[in-house]
Design a protein around this ligand. Structure first.
Ligand code: FAD
Length: 509
C-alpha cells in the first residue's frame, strides 16, 4: 500500500486502522481573525481550540493535512515530563521551579485524557502505564532516580525490581524499572482527527494544503501570505515544528530535526502476549533507541533509530527488526508489516520553546520526542496568555532560544547522539555479560558443592567465602531485592545517598 493510498497520512499502522476524513478546502479568499496559527499538528490544533473556546476567532493554516507528520505518526505514549531528563532541568532552574514545570506537564496529560473523554469514542486509548526500563543493573542510580521523582518531586512512580520487570517483559536485556501508573497510550492519529474536528465545531477555521509563505509581523495587524489568500490577524502562533523553514528562518534554525522510525509487526499471536504481559508502554531508557507497546491485540509497535543524520529506511527497518529479535528471541522470525519515518524537532536544551518572541508573535515548538502532553500544555498556556493575559508561559523563559548551529552544528549534535547511544549499548551488553558470567559461576559453584563429599571440610568455607566475595563485588541490587518495590515515598524507604543518572556506566568492579 503506497503513501497516496492513505490520503497523505502515509503507510502507517494508524492510517490503516483509523477512518480518514476528506481533505479540507485550502484558503482561497482573504480573511481577518484574532489569531492565525501556522501548523496543524498537536501544538497548533490545541492552541486554536483553546483560543476559540475563550471566544476569539482563529484560523489554522496547514501546509499539508492535519497531523500528517509527527503528531499523527508517533508512538502514542502520553506521559508526564519533557523530552529532557528532569535532572537536567533541576540543574538549570532548581527543584521548586522544576516541580512547577512538571505539574504543567501533568496538566498536558490530563488535557489529553479529558479531551478523549469529551470525544466520547472508544478506541483512542490503547493502554495504561509506562515502564522506563534499565538495561544495566545499576541499582543505586535507579533507586536515586526513584527517590528523586517520588520523594523530592512528589510524582506518582513505583520502583520495580528486576524480577518483577522480567515477569512482565520476558527479556534478559532488562533489569529494574520505574513505573509511571498515570501514563497511558493513544492512537495519535485518531486523537488528532477528533481534536481537529472538535476545534472546527467550536468555530476554528482550518485550511489544509495551505502553506504560510511569509509572515509580516510588524504592526498591530500581522499579515500572513498563502498561495491563494491572505490572512490578517492580531496575533500569530508559529506551530510549524521543523517544517516552518523560511517563514521564520531564525526561529527554525533553533531546532535540530531528528528522524525516528516506527515499525509494526505482523500478528504474533500468543507468542507476543506471553513475552509481554504488561499492558502499557515500555522505553528501554530515555536516550536509548527503543520504545514499544502492543497494538491491535497481537502486533508490536516498535520505535527507534532516532538520528539527525540521514539513514536508508530499508537498512533502518532491518536494524530495528534485529533489535526486536535480540530483545525477544522467543518471538521467532519477526518482521514489520508497516514501517514509516517521522520527524521531530529538538532545541539544544531539549525543552520546549513556548512564548512570545516579539509583540503578537508566539512560538509553540521543540517538543522533541515528548509532544503529546507538552504541546497540549503549550496550547493551553498560549491561549490563556492571549485571551486572559496569564503569564504562566514565562516559566519556560530559562529555556531560551539557542541557535542550533546550522548544518555543521546539527551534524555534531547527531554524531554526539550516536556516540551516546553506542556507549549505552556497550554498557547494556557488559551488564548482560556480567550477569551471564555470574550465573554460570553460581551454577559451577553449586555443581561443585553438590559433588563435594561431606568429608572434605576445607572446601566448604572456601566456597562460602567466594560467594560472599562475589556478592560484595556485585552492585547492591537493592531494587532487585524488593526493598523498594511498591509506591515510592513509603515511610520505610531509605533516602538515596547518591544521584547518579540512570544509564551511566556502572562503577568498575
Ligand atoms: C517517531 C516519533 C515518535 C514519537 N513518540 C511520541 C510519544 O510516544 N509521545 C509523545 O508525547 N511524543 C512523541 N513524539 C513527539 C511528538 O510526536 C511531537 O513532539 C509532536 O507531535 C510535535 O507536534 P507539533 O505540532 O509541534 O509538530 P508537527 O506534528 O510536526 O506539526 C507541525 C505542522 O506544521 C505544518 N507546517 C509547518 N510549516 C508550515 C507552514 N509554513 N505553513 C503551514 N503549515 C506548516 C506541518 O505541515 C505540520 O503538519 C514522537 C515523535 C516521533 C518523530
Amino acid at each position: 500500500m503506497g503513501a497516496d493510498d492513505q490520503a497523505d497520512y502515509g503507510p502507517t499502522w494508524y492510517s490503516g486502522v483509523t477512518p480518514l476524513p476528506a481533505p479540507r478546502t485550502p484558503l482561497n479568499y482573504d480573511l481577518d481573525v484574532d489569531v492565525c496559527v501556522i501548523g496543524g499538528g498537536v501544538a497548533g490544533i490545541t492552541v486554536a481550540r483553546e483560543v476559540v473556546r475563550r471566544g476569539w476567532s482563529v484560523a489554522v493554516v496547514e501546509a499539508r493535512r492535519v497531523a500528517w507528520n509527527a503528531s499523527g505518526r508517533n508512538s502514542g505514549f502520553v506521559m508526564p515530563g519533557y523530552a529532557t531528563r528532569i535532572e537536567k532541568v533541576i540543574e538549570r532552574i532548581g527543584l521548586p521551579a522544576t516541580r512547577a514545570l512538571w505539574e504543567l506537564s501533568e496538566d498536558g496529560v490530563q488535557y489529553v485524557r479529558d479531551a478523549v473523554a469529551e470525544f466520547g469514542v472508544d478506541g483512542i486509548i490503547e493502554g495504561n502505564g509506562w515502564l522506563d526500563v534499565a538495561k544495566t543493573p545499576d541499582a543505586d542510580a535507579a533507586l536515586a532516580r526513584v527517590n528523586l521523582l517520588g520523594r523530592e518531586m512528589g510524582i506518582a512512580v513505583e520502583g520495580w525490581p528486576t524480577e518483577r520487570v522480567r515477569d512482565a517483559l520476558k527479556s534478559d536485556h532488562y533489569f529494574h524499572a520505574i513505573h509511571f501508573p498515570g501514563a497511558f497510550q493513544i492512537n495519535p492519529l485518531a486523537y488528532m482527527l477528533r481534536l481537529a474536528d472538535a476545534a472546527e465545531r467550536a468555530g476554528v477555521h482550518i485550511f489544509e494544503s495551505t502553506p504560510a509563505l511569509a509572515v509580516d509581523p510588524a504592526g498591530v495587524r500581522k499579515r500572513i501570505e498563502t498561495p491563494n489568500g491572505r490572512l490578517r490577524a492580531g496575533h500569530v502562533v508559529l506551530a510549524g515544528n521543523i517544517h516552518l523553514g523560511a517563514v521564520a528562518q531564525q526561529l527554525a534554525d533553533t531546532l535540530v530535526p531528528i528522524t525516528a522510525y516506527t515499525g509494526v509487526t505482523q500478528p504474533l499471536g500468543m507468542r507476543l502476549t506471553e513475552a509481554i504481559t504488561f499492558g502499557g508502554a515500555v522505553s528501554d531508557s530515555r536516550y536509548a533507541d527503543y520504545h514499544y507497546r502492543i497494538v491491535g491485540g497481537d502486533h508490536l509497535l516498535w520505535t527507534g533509530g532516532a538520528s539527525a543524520l540521514p539513514h536508508n529506511p530499508k537498512r533502518m527497518k532491518r536494524r530495528l527488526e534485529r533489535a526486536l529479535r535480540a530483545t525477544y528471541p522467543q518471538l521467532g522470525p519477526v518482521e514489520f508489516e508497516r514501517f514509516w519515518p517521522s520527524q521531530m524537532g529538538f532545541a539544544v536544551h531539549r525543552m520546549p520553546q513556548i512564548g512570545e518572541v516579539q509583540p503578537g508573535l508566539w512560538l509553540a515548538s521543540a517538543f522533541g520526542g515528548q509532544g503529546l502532553n507538552t504541546a497540549a500544555m503549550a496550547g493551553g498556556l498560549i491561549a490563556r496568555a492571549l485571551v486572559e493575559g496569564d503569564d504562566t508561559w514565562r516559566r519556560f523563559l530559562p529555556f531560551e532560544l539557542v541557535w542550533a548551529g546550522g548544518r555543521v552544528g546539527r551534524t555534531v549534535v547527531g554524531a554526539t547522539a550516536w556516540w551516546w547511544h553506542q556507549s549505552e549499548i556497550v554498557a547494556a551488553l557488559a551488564a548482560r555479560r556480567r550477569e551471564e558470567f555470574r550465573r554460570k559461576r553460581r551454577q559451577k559453584e553449586q555443581g561443585a558443592a553438590k559433588t563435594t563429599p561431606k568429608t572434605a571440610p576445607k572446601t566448604a568455607p572456601r566456597l562460602a567465602y567466594r560467594e560472599v566475595a562475589a556478592a560484595r563485588r556485585a552492585p547492591p541490587d537493592r531494587v532487585a531485592t524488593g526493598e523498594h518495590d511498591g509506591p515510592i515515598g513509603a515511610p520505610e524507604a531509605k533516602p538515596a545517598t547518591t544521584l547518579a543518572p540512570v544509564g551511566a556506566p556502572p562503577p568498575p568492579k
